[in-house]
Design a protein around this ligand. Sequence first.
Ligand code: SF4
Length: 379
Amino acid sequence: MQRHRDSLAVYIHWPFCARICPYCDFNVYKSKGAAGDDLVTAMALDLKYWRSVTGPRALTSIHFGGGTPSLMRPAQIQTLIDMCKELWSAAPDIEIGLEANPDDAEAALWSGYKAAGLNRLSVGIQSFDDEVLKFLGRNHDGAAARRALELACSIFDNVSADLIFGHAGQTQMAWQSDLDTALSFPMTHLSAYQLTIEDGTAFGRAARRGTALDVDENMSAALYDVTRDRLSDAGFSHYEVSNYERGDTRSAHNMAYWTGIDYVGIGPGAHGRITTDKTRLATVAQMTPSGYIRAVSEAGHGGEERHPLRADEVAEEYVMMGLRIREGLDLKHSSLAGKVLNIEDLEEAGWVAREHDRLKATDKGRLVLNEITRQLLLT
Ligand code: SF4
């Protein structure tokens, strides 16, 4: 996989969902499936604008996230993939991925995505247990989750399943059963996210009223260990806090975030990071679909905000992200040049381990990444 300074990733945010899940804090809008052609047209123009800012780059990944991008039609996906490839040169092993909802599992639709150029499908399974899915406010049930994973694996060589653990009352056995069901399919990648209760969500409001929705710290650590042990027995390698690969199947899209590769964010509320003339810009697009479309038609791009990050912010972001992956961060990374890093104390605490020019978080350290980042850069 190409990882040089001229690399670029593109993130495309499709902001619509058929139903809003109570734990979700993404920028999403309820819609059963608005055609959205005007949004696709705006996105294509926005891509052109960003090409004028980034100049020529090697595209390592295009990622359709959301929201629910599996509400998009294959022709819409094709328009945006073609535009990206026309504007930048695609790396030979480019990853073109999409986050799909099990509700949208239709052979014609997903085969259409593959024909449009998609080579990775990540399916938002969350659980195979009907009760858990109901609790999470999902539209699909366990049978639909199984059907979706089977269909995805029959169409794509590279399939990831997203699962969520850590809801109140979950036992290790119940979680292991979800993992075992997932492992009965020939998928290549698995993301196991812990349920987090965010302010501003329905779960956040319920938690403030005193409802227990997630497990305590001890159970959370036990479930994390079950995940790692079970997946490693099944031949998956744990390469990031929440992510496991079978073979060389890391998510190139997420690796761009974790290794500091630039990315363009297209679509309502999408974030980007672009390095120009030694400055790293943080960009955010207009939040609402109508505001985004209007901004593109008036200004030629959908950006609401952009500002250069300070050197300490760039370093902090790089450290925080780099410590998430197994091989850790590169101590020679440009963002750390000239910085005195407080490594010894962290090694003594057993939180990090140094190997040549890399600094990795230990299992113990992965639980306190914020604190490591703060102390490492404390000079
Ligand atoms: S389907 Fe995904 S993006 Fe949409 S509301 Fe649910 S969790 Fe959020």
